[in-house]
Each structure stands twice: as C-alpha cells, then as structure tokens.
Design a protein around this ligand. Structure first.
Ligand SMILES: Cc1cc2nc3c(=O)[nH]c(=O)nc-3n(C[C@H](O)[C@H](O)[C@H](O)COP(=O)(O)OP(=O)(O)OC[C@H]3O[C@@H](n4cnc5c(N)ncnc54)[C@H](O)[C@@H]3O)c2cc1C
Length: 373
C-alpha cells in the first residue's frame, strides 16, 4: 500500500498555510481537497480583513494567533507581491451610551498588545471620516485588507515547489488508526476509491472538521460545530468614495459576529456585513428580505447610505464551536494523542480571525508535528 508521511485534509487557507510551512521539512506531504480547486469554501467567502486582534480575550489562542499572524501576513504579502493595504479601521460609539463599552474594548485591545491604536474624539472622526456619524471611536492603524485568492495561490505554489502534492476532486471518506499511523480512504471525482497510509493526519476541513474527526472516532460534545451564516449586501451608487477606512459598530461581548460593518475591498468596492444567523444546513443563498435590517443597522453611523443602494452580494458560514448566546470558544488546535490517536492533529472552530491567523496557526501545527515525529 502506498504511504505518505503527512496528509492534510482541506485546501482552504489553513490547509495551504500548513502545507507551505511543512513542505521542505518533510518528504511526502499530500493535501486532499474535495473541490476542484483550493479555497472554494469559507476561505473565499469572508471579508478579507487583516484583523488587528482587538476583540479576543487576553491570552486566548485567537488573540495570540491573530497578533502574530497579522505581522507574518503583512511580511508575506510584501515579500510575495500579494495585493494588500493597511487602510485602518474605526470602531464607533454611535451614542454616548456606548462610550463605556468602547473604552472597555480599547483596554482589551491594549491588553492583547495591539499597537497603533487610539481613541479619537468626535472632532477627530469628522476630520478623517467626514461622512460618518459617531460620538467616539477606536482607531486601529494596523487593520488592513488583502487579496485572499492571491495569497492562497501563492501558498499552494510554494508548497508544490517544495514537493508537497495537492489532490483536487479527492475527498477523504474514512480513516482508521493502524500500526503505521493511519489508513486513509478517499474517493475521487469518478467516485473511484483508493486507500493509502499516512503517519500524520492534519484535519483542517473547515465546515467538515467535525465529520472528519468522527471518521477517526473522535465524537466529543465540545467538538460539535454550529454553523453561523453571514450575508453581505453590496453598496452601489458609487458610495464607496464616502469612507476611506473600515467602519465597525460596537457589539456586545458575546455577539456571534462583529456587527454589520462597512468593508472596503481592494477594487474600491464597499460591502455591508456579515450578519450572524445560526443555521442547520449549509446554504449560501442571500436572504434579500434582510435588506431593510441591514440598512437599519448602519443608517445611524453611515448616514450616506440609502436603502436603494443595497443589493445582495455573497455569504459565508462560520464553523463555530459556540452556539447562540454561548460564551467565547477558542480555536481548537490539538494533537489527539490523549485520545489514543497519536499523529492526528485536529483543527476545529477556525472561524474569524482564521484568515489573519493562518501563518501563525501553521507555525503552531509545525511545532506539534515536530513533537510527534
Ligand atoms: C462571513 C465570514 C467572514 C470572515 N471574515 C474574516 C476576515 O475578514 N478576516 C479573517 O481573518 N477571517 C475571516 N473569516 C474567517 C476565515 O474566513 C476562516 O477562518 C478561514 O477561511 C478558514 O479556513 P479553513 O481552511 O479552515 O476552511 P475552509 O476554507 O472551509 O477550507 C476547508 C477545506 O476542506 C475541504 N474539505 C472538507 N472536508 C473534506 C474531506 N473530507 N476531504 C477533502 N477535503 C475536504 C473543503 O472543501 C475546504 O476547501 C471569516 C469567516 C466568515 C464565514
């Protein structure tokens, strides 16, 4: 039976980052991807924001990986000509009642070690963003946007140039622990099956990471994924010219998202979203009846937007470990040796800031794999 050293399940931004990080260090690395190309799920259905690390609890993996990942990502983008822009962001207190909450968020960000951050007054806001309305704001200078497709393309090319292989249209459908490591069962596009052995399995299957974990017998209540969908509406009628930075409202601590906000993209477009709605089954349809709710949630701080400017755009689904109203859950990145599965590295709940954190997560997985081999 054929044998590889490491198999990576999923060619999203996380699988590709890990493949790039490990290629060159290990001989046989195979990435399995069920879709015909890389990044066709959550990694291409997000805001493409390089987050600063403002929101996450101090010492959480999300905070640490976001801060380290942000620096690594800016360096990588510079070095490899990936389009990106450190455009900055404002989080606004729309009313005086929100000022206390904004100040608490600011303290949290400072405690996380976020730099290039300040509180700015109504007058200062007016000077830099004359078209928005806010009482006070946090200004974050290290927040940016990037071209995530080019990033993934670059990571895939680097991994392949160091002899890692990516098998598209190839789905892992089963995995058994065995003496040599793991026996992997896959099906290709023609539904033809084949089997091979791998010493290490890295599960970064995004929305399917719970399914993949179950294949190896990992059925833990706290690994259960909840799908939280985020719709986007595009802002038409040339309204992007009214802001120069990303503009976010203030949200409550246990909110499932960051609140419907205004995101600029590298082509000069403006989108609102994502909202947050827990769903049972994966579907990417945009609920157009939400148009009014989107408009209502931004009209106070983005008064230049009218209802008729909004048209449905895309959506994405967050693979969350916490359900509605539940408190913070961190990224799960774990070597499952203590469940009798030495060599199985399990990643779950890689929601935002997963894109920002991808290179840091890959470093963490490299250290884990090193300790296993
Ligand atoms: C609405 C939204 C907005 C976001 N905005 C941001 C943002 O602005 N900034 C930020 O930092 N993060 C953001 N994120 C988070 C970020 O997009 C994710 O953390 C990141 O894309 C996760 O990447 P991934 O590789 O884990 O998952 P995915 O991209 O979903 O990749 C998993 C891959 O595994 C494959 N797969 C699954 N099962 C199998 C199998 N059995 N065999 C073979 N292949 C399999 C899938 O086909 C898929 O390609 C956002 C997320 C959402 C939903």
């Amino acid at each position: 039976m054929e044998k590889v050293e490491i198999v990576i399940i999923g060619a999203g931004i996380i699988g590709l980052s890990i493949a790039k990080e490990l290629s060159g260090l290990y001989e046989d690395i195979l990435v399995l991807e069920k879709n015909p190309s890389f990044g066709q799920e959550t990694s291409s259905r997000n805001s493409e924001v390089i987050h600063a690390g403002i929101y996450y609890p101090k010492n959480s993996l999300k905070a640490e990986a976001c801060l380290e990942g942000k620096e690594l990502l800016y360096q990588y983008c510079e070095k490899n000509n990936i389009a990106h822009k450190k455009i900055g962001k404002l989080i606004v207190a729309e009313t005086k009642n929100e000022i206390k909450g904004l100040e608490e968020l600011f303290k949290n960000a400072l405690a996380n070690g976020v730099k290039d951050l300040k509180i700015i007054s109504k007058d200062e806001i007016r000077k830099i963003e004359p078209h928005i309305k806010a009482e006070l704001a946090i200004y974050s200078g290290s927040t940016g946007i990037l071209d995530s497709h080019s990033l993934m393309k670059s990571l895939a090319a680097k991994a392949k140039s160091c002899r890692a292989e990516i098998a598209y249209d190839t789905e892992m459908v089963g995995v058994d622990k065995c003496k040599e490591g793991f026996k992997i069962f896959v099906k290709d596009k023609k539904a033809e099956g084949f089997t091979f052995l791998s010493r290490v399995v890295i599960n970064c299957a995004g929305l399917d990471s719970e399914t993949v974990a179950k294949m190896v017998g990992l059925e833990k209540a706290d690994y259960r994924l909840k799908y939280c969908k985020g719709d986007y509406f595009r802002v038409h009628n040339n309204k992007a010219k009214f802001i120069r930075r990303l503009i976010y409202p203030l949200v409550s601590k246990n909110s499932a998202g960051l609140g419907i906000h205004a995101t600029l993209d590298l082509s000069g477009g403006l989108r609102l979203g994502p909202d947050d709605e827990y769903i049972e089954n994966i579907n990417y349809d945009i609920d157009e009846s939400k148009r009014n709710a989107f408009y209502e949630s931004v009209r106070q701080f983005l008064p230049f937007i009218n209802l008729e400017d909004l048209g449905p755009d895309t959506s994405g689904i967050r693979p969350k470990l916490q359900g509605p109203g539940e408190s913070f859950r961190d990224f799960l990145i774990k070597d499952e040796s203590d469940s009798g599965l030495k060599g199985f590295v399990n990643l779950a709940g890689i929601e935002s800031p997963g894109l920002t954190a991808c290179l840091s997560i890959a470093k963490k997985v490299r250290a884990m794999v090193k300790s296993l081999t």
